[in-house]
Structure formats: structure tokens, C-alpha cells
Design a protein around this ligand. Structure first.
Ligand SMILES: *[C@@H]1O[C@H](CO)[C@@H](O)[C@H](O)[C@H]1NC(C)=O
Ligand SMILES: *[C@@H]1O[C@H](CO)[C@@H](O)[C@H](O)[C@H]1NC(C)=O
Ligand SMILES: *[C@@H]1O[C@H](CO)[C@@H](O)[C@H](O)[C@H]1NC(C)=O
Ligand SMILES: *[C@@H]1O[C@H](CO)[C@@H](O)[C@H](O)[C@H]1NC(C)=O
Length: 437
């Protein structure tokens, strides 16, 4: 059964192997691109990322890995929307997942630089701290910071933490990260983003981690819930930010996170943000249809409808790599895509079920939201080897093993666009923008 995949995989290995190493030498990896309230955003596999794969081979593996990690991400998102009615694999804890895009933040006084993953579907930030047992990488040295302060269980901030553990004097919570359990204590310290100091920021300090999949970096939550960056910096950033995510395949790999209403694009199309009172963190939008080429795909309206009770609907997410559509929507899009391509036999690669062994001429795919149509060029939904010998539609149906009612507009489909989250005006904007240096 596995045999047909092997030729595909080895072709991809060869194609990607020849592509990776030459670029690292041409890049300078400094934080000098951070200015005003704008931070440089890099892909986790970027030559400038300390977490990049050490062996070039990992590039091939990376595509399949990213697809596999998306499964955990979807479980996390499903858990969020289903809340207590859904028995998770680790009930009472948050399940988190590998990051895709990271940026440099600085914690403490004097400030210490640390990489954090950018996550629009999480709220509280957390980082590995000194004294952590089981953490692998650079940690934040709390002793060296003159402004560090642990949060106690009686502190009002502790009540905003999901499932706080108050068996000791400090406020704690646990996370599940892949196969690891991460124990975190809540603290406050100065956070510096680009040139903006943010005093008394509440975040989590990882105290201990068990298992093999311990996160090597921290996380910055950009959700709308309590303790997110937006909630803690309302006077400074007015709950407004935008990002441009770089294509990990491009040589320059430079994206940006722009905080606050200043310098946001003026020429941009918007769609209203929808709020789900039971899941305030998530950025829901109203996806009303999908066009492949110039044909509107026939999707049952129930597959796209927003329902705050079940959590059904569509979200924008920075942490999922490949867009997932609920089964009837995905099948309709895929079938129309295959019909338009009409180029010989279809094969599969990992979780992707629509791959071709020869170059294809692809139609565009347009996502139609209330008030905003986003037409994606093929580079936003096709993965292909540099030799052009394999091309796959980089979208999939929601996994069936989870409560799959959620459509997720993922980061590959957002690459080289500026996505503006304007919470005060309850709207999300999208505009094409190449994010190279
Ligand atoms: C939290 O994690 C710690 C360390 O792994 C563990 O000892 C503790 O039992 C966990 N607490 C809960 C409530 O899961
Ligand atoms: C931050 O906390 C310190 C100590 O608790 C306090 O003295 C200071 O006023 C706080 N600063 C701000 C800006 O809230
Ligand atoms: C990378 O950036 C440099 C400098 O801006 C530019 O000249 C070059 O064309 C870019 N390369 C790619 C592949 O985009
Ligand atoms: C989106 O495209 C459809 C047809 O393809 C059109 O009817 C609709 O008016 C467009 N919406 C916007 C907001 O441009």
C-alpha cells in the first residue's frame, strides 16, 4: 500500500535537497528589522531560525511533518470550540501544537531576547524559564530581571488563566504539548516588543516539562481572550495588528507583525469578524462560498454556516499550515479542482489526496466572505517540487476523528498577504503584499 508513495517522496527529497543549503549563507540574521511597533516574523524553518532543521533532508520531511502536526492543531482548535462537552485526550489541560512563525520578544529588565511563536488562536503567553527541568533551549533568567514578579493564587490575574492549579502559593497551569506535559507558573515582568516597553505583562514561565516534544521556544497569544497581548495592551495597540507571513520556500523569508492602528494599510478589503461568546479567542469570519477558476463550487450552506453553539463556521488561524474544510466543502472544491486540471491520474502524498506527477495549469481559487473576495494565486494552494514533477493541492478535509465542524483558513493560504485584525471595528482585512525583504 505504501509503495506508490515512495517514488513521489524520493523525487521531492531530491528537489528540496538541492534547494536548501545555498540560501543560508546569503542571509544576515539580525533583529535590526524590528522598528517602531513592527517585528520581523520568520518561518520556523528559515535559515535565521535557531529551530530550523539541522539536516537539509528535513525539508522534505517538513511538508509531511507540517501536515501531521496540523492534525494536533485541529484537535486543539476542536477542543476550544467544543469546550467541556468534548472529552479531550488530556482533559482539563490545553493542548498546544508546534509553531510555524516566530518572532523575537524581550522579557525582563535588563531585557533578554527570546523567540516566541505567533498564535492567533491562543491567549496567554509563555516562555521557558531558568530552573526549568526538561527544557532544552535558551531560557529566561528570572533571577537576573529586577522587575520579575510571580503571580499568587489570590491575585485577580490568576482567575483569568485557563484551569489554574492552586495547590501552592503561586498560580500554575499545565499544558499538553505533543506527548509532553508542561507545567507553567504565572508571572509578571516587562515585555518589550520592537521598541515598545510593556510593563507588568502577565505570562507563563515553564517550570518543568516531561517527554520528548518539549517546545524549544515560547508563545505569544494574539487571540481576543483574557491575558492575550490584545487584552493586556489595549491603550497601546488598541486591539489592532496585522501580519504578513513569508512563504517558507522563498529565499528572503521575511515577514512582519505590525502592532497598533498606526501604519496599517488603507487600501484593504474587509469582512466582519464574528464573535462566539463561548470561544472569544477565535477569529471567526463568514465564508459564504468558494470559486475554482470562474465556477462557484456547489457547497451545502450548512458546511459553511456559523453556529456559536456548536462552534461551526470558519476561522483565520496563524498556527495551522494547510487549510482544512469540513468534508462536504472540501470534496466539492477538490472535485471541481480535479475537473479543471484534467491531467492524468491523481495520486496522494501524506494527507494530500490530489497530487499530479506532471506540471499542471492551475485555476485560481477564490474565497468569498461577506464583503470580501480573496482570490488566491496557485502558490497559495499548490505545493510542488522545484523540478515541477509533483504538484499537490495543499488543502484537506477536516480530520474525521475530531469534532470537525470548523473550517480553518491556514497560514499557507495567507502567505504573501497582509491580514489585518481590527477588533475595535470588528473586522478582518486581507490585501496582497509580497513579504520579502
Ligand atoms: C501538572 O504537571 C505536573 C508536572 O508534570 C504534575 O506533577 C501535576 O500532577 C500536574 N497537575 C495536574 C492538575 O494535571
Ligand atoms: C507594575 O508593578 C509595579 C510593582 O507591582 C508597580 O509599582 C507599578 O506601578 C506597575 N506599573 C504599571 C505601569 O502598572
Ligand atoms: C531578496 O531580497 C533582495 C534585497 O531586497 C532582493 O534583491 C532579491 O531579489 C530578493 N530575492 C528573492 C528571491 O526574492
Ligand atoms: C465576489 O464575487 C462574486 C462573483 O464572483 C460577486 O457576485 C460578489 O459581488 C463579489 N463580492 C465582493 C464583495 O466583491
Amino acid at each position: 500500500m505504501k509503495t506508490p508513495l515512495l517514488p513521489l517522496l524520493s523525487l521531492l527529497v531530491v528537489a528540496l535537497l538541492s534547494f536548501y543549503p545555498s540560501q543560508a549563507s546569503t542571509l544576515t540574521c539580525t533583529s535590526s528589522d524590528d522598528h517602531a511597533s513592527t517585528l520581523e516574523v520568520i518561518h520556523i524553518f528559515s535559515p535565521c531560525s535557531p529551530f530550523r532543521p539541522t539536516k537539509p533532508l528535513s525539508w522534505e520531511q517538513s511538508i509531511l511533518d507540517m501536515a501531521a502536526k496540523d492534525e494536533a492543531r485541529l484537535l486543539y482548535l476542536s477542543n476550544l470550540i467544543a469546550g467541556k462537552s468534548f472529552v479531550s485526550i488530556a482533559s482539563g489541560r490545553q493542548i498546544i501544537q508546534s509553531p510555524t512563525y516566530i518572532l523575537r520578544a524581550r522579557f525582563g529588565t535588563p531585557s533578554q531576547p527570546l523567540f516566541v511563536a505567533m498564535d492567533t488562536s491562543s491567549d496567554i503567553a509563555w516562555i521557558p524559564c531558568t530552573g526549568c527541568t526538561g527544557c532544552s533551549s535558551t531560557t529566561f533568567n528570572t533571577i537576573k530581571s529586577t522587575t520579575y514578579k510571580p503571580i499568587s493564587c489570590t491575585d485577580p490575574q490568576c482567575r483569568k488563566v485557563p484551569n489554574p492549579i492552586c495547590s501552592g502559593p503561586t498560580c500554575n497551569f499545565n499544558l499538553t504539548y505533543g506527548s509532553s506535559t508542561v507545567s507553567i507558573s504565572v508571572a509578571q515582568d516587562r515585555l518589550t516588543l520592537a521598541t515598545d516597553p510593556i510593563p507588568n505583562y502577565t505570562f507563563g514561565c515553564i517550570k518543568s516539562a516531561t517527554g520528548k516534544s518539549v517546545p524549544p521556544q515560547g508563545l505569544l497569544g494574539l487571540g481576543r481572550g483574557p491575558l492575550s497581548l490584545l487584552s493586556q495592551t489595549k491603550p497601546l495597540y488598541q486591539s489592532t495588528f496585522s501580519y504578513c507571513l513569508p512563504d517558507y520556500r522563498s529565499a528572503n523569508f521575511s515577514g512582519s507583525l505590525r502592532l497598533g492602528p498606526v501604519a496599517q494599510p488603507k487600501r484593504i478589503k474587509f469582512t466582519p469578524l464574528l464573535t462566539n461568546p463561548t470561544r472569544p479567542s477565535l477569529y471567526y469570519v463568514n465564508l459564504i462560498g468558494i470559486r475554482v477558476g470562474n465556477r462557484m463550487v456547489n457547497i451545502p450552506p450548512s458546511a459553511l454556516a456559523f453556529n456559536p453553539t456548536t462552534g461551526a463556521g470558519t476561522i483565520f488561524d496563524s498556527g495551522t499550515v494547510f487549510t482544512r474544510l469540513v468534508q462536504p466543502a472540501y470534496i466539492a472544491v477538490r472535485d471541481e479542482f480535479r475537473r479543471r486540471i484534467n491531467a492524468g491520474p491523481v495520486s496522494s502524498l501524506g494527507g494530500f489526496d490530489t497530487c499530479y506527477m506532471q506540471p499542471v495549469v492551475s485555476p485560481t481559487i477564490s474565497l468569498h466572505f461577506t464583503g470580501m473576495n480573496v482570490t488566491l494565486p496557485p502558490e497559495n494552494f499548490l505545493i510542488h517540487s522545484t523540478a515541477g514533477s509533483i504538484t499537490c493541492l495543499a488543502m484537506a478535509a477536516s480530520p474525521e476523528n475530531v469534532n470537525s465542524v470548523l473550517n480553518v483558513i491556514a497560514n499557507m493560504q495567507q502567505q504573501n498577504h497582509r491580514v489585518l485584525y481590527d477588533v475595535p471595528n470588528s473586522r478582518l482585512g486581507v490585501a496582497r503584499e509580497p513579504c520579502t525583504r
